[in-house]
Write a protein that binds this ligand. Structure first.
Ligand code: CP
Ligand code: NVA
Length: 337
């Protein structure tokens, strides 16, 4: 889809999505241009379709959705594949693991061909800029299924999981406090965008030099101020105290350059940011119900999280994985219904 107006964290302008109706025909490249109201309405649809998918079975009747992946995936691939089929649509998987977008023909030509056959494109890419180029080229909506910068579908599922824990009440969700501990990466960016947007108290703890991008931090400060909630970015692991949810992700993301030396270096730098029993205990201090553990998966067990934490009854990682499909299907409903 061509884009026209406001965006706060990218050179590229994006049309503002003020309500879920605004998702219709729009791209989802980041959460920068999405309002709190739009996300809450999306969650209401996710809640309904999770409870009973029957009314949504024909939403994608006669429609095809391309699922394009430059990088490996389990959750995103399967949840979109099954999700599109559940809405009556036809998923078309396109494996780009051996050949990056733009290698065989220009991204523009690729988009201009695809739009002739499919009604939507879900794309997992190395570069956010490739996603933007694709979105500018193709008339149909483009959904970011993970890039170097963002993973908005993951963030929808994560906040929807917390929304369910808050019994679907925004007032209760706003009382929630989440702490992200680890690398200031794509998952961290989208999580902090979504949580600050919804007024969830948000703390991000990373080692020095591995913090989230400055422009995303500035944007989240604006979101948190508008929502009246706390937002802190720090390197101090003690700041984990007093949170209802502890979130982490891998210390080395797909496509991050550096090889074996960089992996070794990161393991040393990140060691004290591991989410283990002690950190979970610290996080739960002062919170009524203790803290839950969250992870987008895949996890590197024994590195960013210990087995006892990820396998504990306080871990909601598989709920998050399940909710990927429900949140994404709600998005597809609003994009195409
Ligand atoms: N969380 C997530 O995006 O998982 P995959 O990489 O398996 O899709
Ligand atoms: N940050 C991770 C998330 C995987 C779902 C990566 O980009 O590899």
């Amino acid at each position: 889809m061509a884009a026209t107006t406001l965006n706060t964290n990218s050179a590229r302008d994006l049309p503002r999505i003020d309500a879920a109706a605004g998702f219709r025909g729009a791209d989802l490249l980041t959460l920068s241009n999405v309002s709190q109201r739009a996300v809450l309405e999306l969650f209401e649809t996710a809640r309904r379709s999770k409870a009973d998918a029957t009314p949504y079975r024909k939403v994608l009747d006669g429609k095809a959705v391309a699922l394009l992946f430059e990088k490996p995936s389990l959750r995103t691939k399967v949840s979109f594949d099954v999700g599109v089929a559940r809405l009556g649509g036809h998923p078309v998987f396109m494996d780009h693991s051996a050949q990056r977008l733009g290698a065989r023909e220009s991204v523009r030509d690729y988009g201009k061909n695809l739009e002739r056959w499919v009604d939507g494109i879900v794309a997992r890419v190395y570069l956010q800029s490739a996603l933007e180029e694709l979105a500018d080229s193709a008339k149909c909506p483009v959904i970011n299924a993970l890039s170097d910068r963002f993973h908005p579908c993951q963030a929808f599922a994560d906040l929807f999981t917390l929304f369910e824990m808050a019994e679907h009440q925004h007032s209760r969700l706003r009382e929630t406090r989440i702490v992200y501990v680890g690398d200031g990466n794509n998952v961290c960016h989208s999580l902090m965008q979504a949580s600050t947007l919804l007024g969830v108290g948000t703390t991000v703890i990373t080692p020095k030099g591995f913090g989230p991008a400055e422009d995303v931090v500035r944007e989240c400060e604006v979101f948190a101020k508008a929502a009246g909630s706390a937002f802190l970015v720090t390197t101090d692991v003690n700041a984990a105290e007093g949170h209802d949810a502890v979130y982490t992700d891998v210390w080395v993301s797909m496509g991050q350059a550096g090889g074996v030396d960089e992996v070794t270096r990161r393991r040393k730098v990140f060691a004290k940011y591991q989410v283990n029993g002690e950190l979970m205990e610290r996080a739960a201090r002062g919170r009524r119900a203790g803290a839950v553990f969250m992870h987008c998966l895949p996890a590197q067990r024994g590195l960013e999280v210990t087995d006892d934490v990820i396998d504990s009854p306080r871990s909601v990682v598989y709920e998050q994985a399940e909710n990927r499909m429900h949140a994404q299907n709600a998005l597809l409903v609003h994009m195409f219904a």
